[in-house]
Design a protein around this ligand. Sequence first.
Ligand code: 2RA
Length: 370
Amino acid sequence: MCIGNINKNLPNVGRFFYASLQNAHNQLEQANIILSPKKQKMKVAVVGATGLVGSKMLQVLEERNFPVSELIPVASEKSVGKQVMFKGKPYAVVGMEAGIAAKPAVALFSAGGSTSLEWAPKFAAAGIKVIDNSSAWRMDPTKKLVVPEVNAAVLTKDDFIIANPNCSTIQMVVALQPLHKAFTIKRIVVSTYQSVTGTGKKAVDQLMNERKGVQGEMAYKYPIDLNVIPQIDVFLENGYTKEEMKMVNETKKIMQDDNIRVTATTVRIPVIGGHSESVNIEFEKEFEIPNIIDLLNNAPGVVVQQDDAAQLYPMPLWAHEKDEVFVGRIRRDETQPKTLNMWVVSDNLRKGAATNAVQIAEYLMANHLL
Ligand code: 2RA
């Protein structure tokens, strides 16, 4: 939306209307829902540009019309020279050193934890803001872990490596934040149903090969088609998986509340894209269901899909290629007071990864933090 400086030429009523419109525009801009076209364009690097998340970052930058003056696709040596498409034009992939030398203002990283540990500090030392999708920096107390709808306000000009949370955590906290504000969450019990794109291309290939009856490389120890695998990532000493403990620790960090108790069971299912979560939430304060629905309806980035008579509820099929977090099956847990059940679905490659990273960049830009 572009309003421009037309106020002085308008009659009184028009001026009042214009002022309201300008005010609404400013609020949307401050809330990072729109970017003003006045803002400068910038050089953007995507590190890991040939991977599943990296490609989605390019797509989301393009679709959201992020003001890219020059795109620098970066990848490991074996991908240097390959081409990626952006806004209908081919771009040659460059290596890490060349990526730094090109001096982008911001680098969206999705190249894995060890690459990020090695290279994010080098990009940052060159004055480049890194938004990193790996788990390398998420729990580092000196780094911010950001979901813009929840805690963008923690960001400052001094943050040079910003962590993008895990996909299953992002969609949950977007839905929980407005409820925590109103009723104070005491405890969360979450079970996830995560799609194979969360693992990467090798897992998508495994699923598709199994469906075609073709032998191929296995991303998982077991078949994934016609199966459900109650393990995501490696097991830790406490019997939980790394993915489960990410949900526990990242939720507290993003929501800035160590008192919230979280327990998680994370499960891989044979779905190509979109993670689903059954979330049970115990609050400190009493709530009414219409109030919960109202809060979620008004929460940024949330869409409520709830109509039992019409059998309407969120599903990965409908969340595909969407940026929102979809919430439904909202009902009281009848076994104990002040407790709610709900079902949360989102596209894990978009809001769970690429979109969240691009939204952080949009926030930095809109708030002059670059
Ligand atoms: C998964 N959470 O779905 C991971 C991806 N970040 O496996």
